[in-house]
Design a protein around this ligand. Sequence first.
Ligand SMILES: [Zn+2]
Length: 309
Amino acid sequence: MEQGAERKLTRMSFLRASVYVCLLATAWVDVTLAQSKTISCANCAEWNQPQAPFRIAGNTYYVGTHALSSLLITSNAGHILVDGDLPQSASQIAGNIRALGFRVRDVKLIVNSHVHFDHAGGIAELQRLTGARVVASAWSAAVLKNGGMGRGDPQYGTSPGIAAVQNVSTLRDGESFHVGTTVITAHLTPGHTPGGTSWTWKSCDGAKCYDMVYADSLSPISSPEFRFTKSREYPQVLADFEKSFRFLEAVPCDILITPHPELAGLWDHLAARERGAEANPMVDSGACRQLAADAREHLRERVASENKR
Ligand SMILES: [Zn+2]
């Protein structure tokens, strides 16, 4: 899809577009990931396009590729990295951290949205480069430790798995992690996968502090045989989605970032900032509620289509 055309899309259309993109990703090639540092998929080259790193707000920086988010949250005594993208993104992420003037070895904690290959595929290599601890929800931690994909994942069997990750700790819903002066809090937001996790923290520009939200994917994408209305492997999937929508509707949210950055309009906001917009275009206190509304509608349509079959 062309850039110009993409900008005209509404957020809802972005959700649909991302479904389309994610389904195309099922044309993957390489599943022997334990040794491999590259995954081949229909969209991998496009997703891995380089992106110059930049500050989103305060101590929060974008260090991902152009199509897959990865965030560096810095502190006076070590940093936090959010998401590792594709295996082949790891060197770009490390290069972006260095380009900002930070040391890769100072990353002390790596966290993740969900354990699909396009958000967690690079974590094994990034952990090797940084020596950082990885924390994840119980379901995600099991997948990270074993590698591959988890049973119960709606996309089980249709996407590449991930390389196994060492030194993974399990977190609790609402648990906070301190790295230097930075505190990041985990919120279980399952549905897209059973282990999906969103993250909140504060970043300050001078005296102005923002509630930052990294909201995990909430799209009901699945293998052809999976039914959100009737799944033996993931029977609570609809209740899980509802929990996640409620979280997004209630969370204090000044700046929303999503694993696929265009879903929260990141490139439009950046372009507006570069044009010199007066109000901070990154700030949109309604963004989390809008994302919840779009995702809720998307799931409703999926359930309706399953009920018609
Ligand atoms: Zn995913």
